[in-house]
Design a protein around this ligand. Structure first.
Ligand code: SME
Length: 167
């Protein structure tokens, strides 16, 4: 795979994601190390969208533990049902939080974060294994379009796990 990401300019968000998805698929296709793939996916998303923070939390025992990310240092452990990430884990569904001040129990790892998206990641058997977390310092940056396409990014990760375990 190419180690350079092609990022179109002056395109719609949908076009940027549609351009990014096959590149992410190619990025993780030839590598079976889960952490290496999450590291590159977080870098690809950050390089493309320049969000305040983008990264993964992985379920270990009864907590979410910080995984590969791009951005400033972050909380290392989040309990089940706690904060946005723990809530997405508990509810097994994506969250779009347009104003973190309105989300009860939100965990502020970075005071600059004002909006957030959390997308659950499932394994090949549909068991939740972690979450993808995006933080923004702008109120109008994150939308349903991001939730939709970030779900597709997480599906690529699931597909990769599925292929890996079934070959
Ligand atoms: N805000 C998250 C914590 C993780 S950081 O944003 C990186 C939450 O409420 O779960």
């Amino acid at each position: 795979m190419s180690e350079n990401l092609f990022i179109p300019i002056n395109e719609t968000k949908e076009e940027i994601y549609n351009n990014l998805l096959p590149q992410v698929a190619a990025l993780i296709e030839g590598e079976n190390d889960f952490i290496a793939n999450l590291a590159n996916v977080s870098a690809a998303l950050h390089e493309t969208f320049h969000w305040l923070w983008v990264g993964f939390y992985l379920i270990k025992n009864d907590e979410l533990v910080l995984g590969p990310f791009q951005g400033s240092i972050a909380c290392t452990r989040i309990g089940y049902g706690k904060g946005a990430c723990g809530t997405a884990w508990k509810e097994k569904k994506s969250l779009l939080i347009l104003n973190v001040k309105n989300f009860p129990g939100h965990i502020a790892c970075n005071q600059l974060s004002v909006a957030e998206i959390v997308v659950p990641i499932f394994d090949a058997n549909q068991n939740i294994i972690g979450v993808l977390d995006i933080d923004s310092d702008k109120h109008d940056e994150l939308t349903d379009v991001d939730v939709f396409y970030l779900g597709k990014i997480c599906q690529l990760i699931t597909n990769k796990l599925s292929n890996f375990f079934h070959v």
